[in-house]
Design a protein around this ligand. Structure first.
Ligand code: ADP
Ligand code: MG
Length: 730
């Protein structure tokens, strides 16, 4: 029996003690966070008020106040059992990073005391030289700084033997450039806030002090038994399967989506939710997704910065807790070929400091007009900056989804739904002459429906869909840190809001306010018409139609990333102070390099699998067939045993077929090796093009023949766990 067959007998869930009455969530939500409520208990009133002013109005606190907060944080964390602290940050690797320090300080010979100061809270100094910087740092200035981000509360991470206090931080170079994903997100929130406030002023909301983006990321993922995972070097090293014949049953029965959740998986989901609640992550929804063994978690939306931190934390919890259930959580965009991949739908909106959602129609015609103005600004942003949106989701894993016969397409377009489209059409056709309040009412603006109650008007194929009071950016990959796509959305919306505000101001010189708004909207609706698409985004006709509309359709990651070096885009990020040219170019560089490295790891893993796990069972089976044929031949010769010539030819043909499959696998693997050697001489940009154009097709080719081999080789010799097992034996 092969070890694969041995382990099949051992697959089972872990034993869990039943909890008769689980604690209610409100009793422990956020217990492991240094939340505002906790702060108010631990701080003097003066410092607490100063902290709140800092958050609301940007008035920085004093060092004494920082010291008081640090002391309070330490007391709180130690009371909970924490002995270490770390600045928790999000470098360009896509993961989170932490360097733990103990609270202890030497106080005398052989004695220590727990200490933590304001300066340690505010700033840390991890050596930055081993984090990707895209050429920003020379080694002589390898110092990097982590700086406390007070807008995201400190939290405690628990392991079986201890607890660590984590301080959400940004990560910058010695010269002040962003080396992480959080700082640009924070900057983009400021940019969009400023632009939105200016627009709101025009509409008479003069008291708004801050606008922020809100975000609710829907996290898709796969779970498989850990035992299978351990036998697949491709899953371990690349997060996805590089070979594997399709299971006869995949997702064609459509019996998984929203189906009853298996008990083993439910227990996992319960534990993830419990741990998430302790960290103040407001998980809301959980369900089965379309593909077998695919699932989703969605939280209640929050301020983007917090949502981004929480999503990173949630992803870590999901991976960690899976192991406790003898499962592995796969967060790659395409772990299995031939069935759905995983995305992370990014629900996005803007809210003012009173919590009013700017993408919610209001009660008066004026408020509805404001809603439509923000909506049209979004349309314009997506239309003009589709290349940046595409670049924000460009990574090797997502390349298997975007533009690769799977949802969503690489073409950016916006879905609005029937009612809103009809309203925009009416406005577009409206006369440019003065429009009075009455006319605004006549245009239907006063009768805007409450979109968030509407669930009938849906288009699941659109990459950027209005889904009732928010937009849903569906092209984001499941493994991605959402900071980058949010940062891009915020920046392009800031630019568009500014543009619309300026246009309205100019138009107001000639007509009254409502008329000015209506005329600007009418023109912009016309100008951006091409970005609106209500049909099926997966259809071949859409690809043709999009080409006619001159909408970009970029399948390759490296080509999509070129948007980051376009002159007008550099100017855009500089203007809004989100990324300097140096920072943007560094990011471009890092992402291209990462793409190349991932593909190299995949190619080398595939090579190893071919040599160690695919060809050997092929040879064994081939030898079995060869012995068979030679025995038959000998028998015929020696004993005159008769055999139907067709049956004989069939067996010889089968042998020849298997031999050929092995040959194709090996020959193409040899070609791949040569290509890798050739490509190693190129710079990363050129290399990435070669990998997309030549390496990926070669890998597909190897896979095709390896999968064909898997389908004929006797089951007890095949060592790699099969799709039908990983996806269906739970
Ligand atoms: P849908 O059915 O369209 O997916 P849901 O109401 O289930 O809509 O919400 C999906 C996600 O969108 C949730 O994470 C939710 O918190 C988030 N969401 C809802 N409103 C907003 C908003 N104003 N801004 C950002 N995200 C939002
Ligand atoms: Mg959704």
């Amino acid at each position: 029996m092969s070890i694969r067959n041995e382990i099949l007998l051992k697959i089972k869930s872990v034993d869990l003690a039943k909890t008769e009455k689980p604690e209610k969530v409100s009793a422990y939500f956020g217990v492991n966070t240094f939340s505002l409520a906790t702060m108010s208990e631990h701080l003097s009133e003066k410092t607490f008020e100063a902290f709140k002013r800092w958050m609301a109005a940007g008035e920085v606190i004093s060092l004494e106040q920082a010291n008081e907060i640090a002391e309070a944080m330490k007391e709180w964390a130690m009371a909970k059992g924490a002995t270490y602290y770390t600045h928790w940050f999000q470098p360009m690797t896509g993961l989170t990073a932490e360097k733990h320090d103990s609270f202890i300080a030497i106080t005398g010979p052989g004695t220590v005391l727990e200490k933590f100061s304001g300066s340690k809270l505010i700033q840390g100094e991890p050596d930055a030289s081993s984090f990707p910087s895209g050429g920003i740092r020379a080694t002589f200035e390898a110092r990097g700084y982590t700086a406390w981000d007070p807008s995201s509360p400190a939290f405690i991470i628990e392991t079986a033997l201890g607890k660590t206090m984590c301080i959400p931080s940004i990560f910058i170079s010695y010269t002040g450039e962003a080396l992480d994903k959080k700082l640009p997100l924070l900057r983009s929130d400021e940019a969009v806030s400023k632009a939105a406030i200016d627009l709101l002023r025009l509409f008479g909301h003069t008291d708004v002090k801050k606008v922020y983006s809100t975000c609710g990321p829907e996290q898709e993922y796969f779970l498989i038994d850990r035992t299978y995972y351990n036998l697949r070097q491709d899953l371990i090293l690349c997060g996805r399967t590089l070979v594997g014949a399709p299971s006869p049953k995949g997702q064609q029965m459509e019996d998984q989506y929203f189906g009853a959740i298996k008990e083993r998986v439910q227990n996992y989901m319960f534990e993830v939710a419990q741990e998430a609640y302790k960290l103040g992550i407001p998980l809301m929804t959980r369900h089965n997704e379309v593909a077998p063994h695919q699932y989703e978690f969605a939280p209640i939306f929050e301020e983007s910065n917090l949502a981004a931190d929480h999503n990173q934390l949630l992803m870590e919890l999901m991976r960690k807790i899976a192991l406790r259930h003898n499962l592995v959580c796969l967060q790659h965009e395409k772990p299995f070929a031939g069935i759905n991949g995983s995305g992370k739908h990014l629900n996005w909106s803007l809210a003012d400091d009173k919590g009013t959602n700017l993408l919610n129609p209001g009660a008066t015609p004026e408020d509805n007009l404001q809603f439509l103005t923000v909506l049209v600004a979004v349309l314009r942003a997506v239309y003009l900056h589709a290349d940046l949106l595409r670049a924000s989701v460009a990574l090797a894993g997502n390349e298997h989804r975007l533009g690769a016969n799977e949802a969503p397409p690489a073409i950016m377009s916006v879905f609005l739904g029937e009612q809103l489209s009809a309203i925009l059409d009416t406005i577009e056709k409206g006369t440019k002459s003065t429009v009075s309040r009455k006319n605004v009412v006549d245009m239907g603006v006063s009768r805007l429906p409450q979109f968030n109650k509407d669930t009938t008007d849906r288009n699941r194929t659109s990459p950027f869909a209005f889904t009732g009071a928010k937009f849903e950016f569906r092209a984001v990959g499941s493994s991605q840190n959402i900071s980058t796509p949010i940062m891009v959305v915020n920046t392009i919306i800031a630019e568009s809001l500014d543009y619309v505000t300026d246009r309205i101001k100019a138009a107001m010189k000639k007509q009254d306010f409502n008329g000015a708004v209506m005329s600007v909207l009418s023109e912009l609706i016309k100008e951006t018409r091409h970005i609106r698409f209500e049909g099926n985004n997966y259809a071949e006709e859409w690809v043709k139609e999009a080409r006619r509309r001159k909408l970009p359709n970029v399948a390759s990651t490296v080509e999509a990333l070129e948007a980051l070096s376009r002159k007008e885009n550099i100017a855009l990020f500089e203007k809004y102070k989100v990324l300097s040219e140096t920072e943007l170019r560094a990011r471009h560089h890092i992402w291209v390099e990462t793409y190349c490295k991932l593909l190299e790891i995949e190619a080398n893993t595939l090579k190893e699998m071919v040599n160690s796990s695919i060809v050997p069972p092929g040879y064994e089976y081939q030898s079995l067939l060869a012995n068979n044929v030679s025995q038959l031949t000998a028998l015929k010769r020696q004993t005159g045993f008769t055999i139907d010539p067709k049956a004989y030819a069939d067996q010889a043909g089968h042998l020849s077929d298997v031999t050929e499959k092995i040959f194709y696998v090996r020959r193409t693997t040899g070609e791949m090796e040569k290509l890798l050697v050739k490509a190693a001489r190129l710079d990363y940009e050129e290399r990435a093009h070669v990998y997309f154009d030549e390496l990926k097709p070669l890998m597909e080719h190897i896979r095709k023949h390896a999968d064909a081999l898997e389908c004929v080789v006797s089951d007890d010799r095949w060592v790699l766990p099969k799709y039908r097992e990983m996806l269906f034996i739970k």
